[in-house]
Design a protein around this ligand. Structure first.
Ligand code: SF4
Ligand code: SF4
Length: 178
């Protein structure tokens, strides 16, 4: 947990991802029944353990500055251990969930951060949510960005990010099990 950061004003993780746990489940893209989008969690003091134990990337990773608060930037960053190719030494990557709009990937601080992660051989995924009740579309960014990062070409990095967003958003999404 990064000291000084709080969820105040943000309910992104109570809406965007699906939650599946023995004590509480909800599907993707819909607010939890206890979520007041203006005031936060209506049962905060007694919220389920799955919620108590959860911290998004912005709350847990000091290198993501305040511009990365999900409600502000439209991007939810989560650790991701799945689908990492064997040639990566690092076995935990980051998923960048672009839950609002492709334009959220065009900010300079986003382009620079993703370029730095790719240059440092950290696995980075771009995820785009489907309609409510459907899974996210996801792809590994590293092979798509490697050349542009090596050339230090910010415009090309931005172009790859937005075209990848469009490809994912325009594809088919898998329905989540009820
Ligand atoms: S997405 Fe992060 S900052 Fe927003 S409510 Fe969830 S844990 Fe808090
Ligand atoms: S119980 Fe509270 S913290 Fe958990 S998802 Fe619902 S609104 Fe969010």
């Amino acid at each position: 947990m990064v000291p000084g950061r709080s969820c105040d004003g943000c309910v992104v993780c109570c809406v965007v991802p699906p939650v599946k746990s023995p004590e509480f489940s909800k599907t993707s893209g819909v607010a939890c029944q206890h979520c007041d989008t203006a005031a936060g969690c209506a049962i905060y003091a007694t919220r389920p353990n799955v919620c108590r134990e959860f911290l998004c990337g912005w709350r847990s990773l000091p290198f993501l500055d305040d511009r990365w608060k999900p409600e502000a930037c439209g991007l939810l960053v989560l650790p991701d251990k799945n689908d990492i190719p064997l040639d990566f030494e690092r076995r935990v990557g980051l998923a960048i969930i672009a839950f609002r709009a492709r334009g959220d990937l065009q900010h300079r601080f986003v382009v620079e951060m993703l370029a730095g992660l790719v240059a440092g051989k950290a696995p980075v995924f771009l995820s785009v949510p489907g309609p409510p009740g459907f899974d996210f579309a996801k792809t590994l960014l590293n092979p798509l960005l490697d050349q542009a990062v090596e050339a230090r070409d910010g415009q090309r990095i931005e172009a790859v990010l937005t075209s990848t967003y469009d490809r994912l958003a325009g594809g088919s999404f898998r329905p989540l099990p009820a």
